[in-house]
Design a binder for this molecule. Structure first.
Ligand SMILES: C[S@@+](CC[C@H](N)C(=O)[O-])C[C@H]1O[C@@H](n2cnc3c(N)ncnc32)[C@H](O)[C@@H]1O
Length: 490
């Protein structure tokens, strides 16, 4: 821990304008995390360091501290676009240059890293950094922005500044170069980040992934609720096993690590190349249960087809003749349908030709909320909509749902009950959190998960019929399913 740099960080943060802070993603790394990140590198006498979006220099100074201890000389290049932070950065680096007595050189580029890096990748051969330490800015990049266009000139297609910074850094590294970055976990899955995953997995090996178990702990001072991970990449090295480490928070007091086969992290045949992060406490029994793709078991999932504001003229506050029920997540209370409900949103849609195409026929469906409320314990929240629940030929499922169906129709009751029980179990929820980096539950995530066989789901559904709907009962049913070999492994 470096108390001096932490003081500088807090002082500089207090001077930043809130809007600019959010525009430039100025959330700075506490020194305990910076020290941990610097400890992951190998040091072998000479380093050429890159720190893009260096802030007040928290990461570079942690690197210098470690390098000096290891007897490694460092030539550092940092980028910082903000002048206020840049002047703090200059003080930090000047002090190390002095202290390093010729072993530390440091240069500040008071410039846009994306502009400089894209130009350097195209027109300069003087790249080849040996080490890079980053906490890049996080911000969406819109598709027509200058940054997006610059990134395309070097073949990078990505949607956020943080993935842009890491991708450019990877391209600037020499063979064997090491990148340690603290970044949001969202790149691990989701189709938007697929080109980014492809780039890093094609050009680097993942040596370590570190997970903070408490979501708001990494950037506690800045009240950042984002789930962040630390990733350690080696450029141009074949993928070996991966260390997955965890700590509750930025103090690392309960640090634990486990080594996993690379195939556990990125499934060999997964075209999406999702990055799964199993926790060091071990995997749950879910993988044993989940051998089947959704396609294998004859089910499909889609986002709720009704985008309500597009059909505003057909909204009905109350059920009526010639109308179809429109279901939102607020129509379920304690697991059960509560429709109609007095609410600012409609309860039904007037039938019309451009409404019908968004509806599904009456049947047994399984609905999963796309967005869970903060206070909800589980990220996966599933409901069974029984055939008998609504006396209507067609039903509208609003866009905040994921809907499990078979060819846009419902399924048999046992499958629906079994699937709902499976999706609501604690083990699956834990598994899903490992697998998914974001709080949203997308149809793609559900489509890419593995499931019990159809037969297992049906048996689970039959057993669930007379059981209470509380968490303990659901988990007991899943334990039975996981434990009874003949019952579950067919
Ligand atoms: C998340 S902060 C991290 C700062 C520092 N690396 C740390 O760990 O404390 C990201 C930094 O990137 C800077 N930044 C944002 N956009 C930039 C750009 N296009 N080029 C260079 N720096 C940028 C911000 O001003 C901010 O200081």
């Amino acid at each position: 821990m470096n108390l001096v740099i932490d003081k500088v960080r807090r002082e500089a943060s207090s001077l930043l304008d809130a809007q600019r802070r959010s525009d430039l993603g100025q959330y700075m790394t506490p020194s305990s995390i910076a020290t941990f990140m610097a400890s992951l590198f190998s040091y072998n006498g000479q380093a050429r360091l890159l720190d893009a979006g260096a802030g007040v220099g928290s990461l570079t100074s942690a690197f210098f501290d470690q390098a000096l201890q290891e007897g490694t000389a460092v030539d550092a290049e940092t980028w910082e676009i903000d002048n206020t932070l840049g002047s703090y950065l200059k003080n930090t680096l000047d002090e190390y240059v002095l202290r390093g007595q010729g072993r530390i050189k440091a240069h500040i580029h008071a410039a846009d890293f994306i502009e400089d890096a894209t130009s350097s990748i195209q027109f300069s051969s003087n790249n080849h950094y040996t080490h890079a330490i980053l906490n890049p800015p996080y911000k969406k990049i819109s598709s027509n922005s200058k940054h997006r266009k610059l990134l395309r000139t070097v073949g990078i297609e990505t949607v956020n500044l943080y993935t842009a910074f890491v991708a450019l850094t990877v391209l600037l590294m020499g063979k064997g170069g090491e990148v340690v970055a603290i970044i949001p976990r969202s790149f691990c899955n989701g189709s938007y980040y697929r080109p980014f995953r492809n780039l890093i997995l094609r050009t680097c090996s993942i040596r370590q992934l570190h997970l903070f178990e408490s979501r708001n702990q990494a950037f506690q001072d800045d009240e950042i609720l984002q789930e962040n991970i630390i990733i350690h990449l080696i450029k141009g090295e074949p993928q070996g096993s991966v260390i997955v480490s965890t700590s509750h928070d930025a103090k690392f007091l309960d640090y634990r690590q486990t080594t996993f086969d690379a195939a556990v992290i990125v499934k060999p045949n997964d075209i999406e190349q999702f990055i799964h992060i199993p926790t060091a406490t071990g995997q749950t029994s879910v993988p044993r249960l989940c051998a089947h793709t959704l396609y294998d078991i004859g089910l499909e999932v889609c986002t709720g087809p009704v985008v309500d504001f597009r059909l505003k003229e057909y909204w009905l506050g109350e059920p009526a003749e010639g109308a179809a029920p429109l279901l939102y997540p607020h129509h379920f209370t304690d697991g059960f349908l509560c429709w109609p409900k007095s609410h600012k949103k409609p309860n039904a849609l007037q039938l019309a030709s451009n409404v019908s195409k968004w509806l599904m026929p009456r049947g047994h469906y399984v609905l999963v909320k796309r967005f869970s409320a903060k206070e909800e314990r589980r990220r996966l929240v599933a409901y069974h909509l029984p055939y008998e629940a609504l006396d209507a030929a067609h039903i509208g499922f609003e866009n905040h749902w994921n809907v499990f169906h078979i060819g846009k129709h419902g399924m048999d009751e046992d499958t629906a009950k079994g699937l709902t029980t499976f999706l609501n179990s604690t083990v699956l929820d834990e598994h899903f959190r490992v697998f998914s980096g974001h709080t949203q539950v997308n149809a793609t995530d559900l489509r890419n998960m593995r499931y019990p066989s159809r037969e297992q789901l049906r048996k689970l559904g039959q057993r669930a019929i007379d059981q209470p709907n509380d968490q303990a009962s659901i988990d007991r049913l899943i334990e039975e399913l996981a434990g009874l070999k003949n019952y579950c492994m067919q």
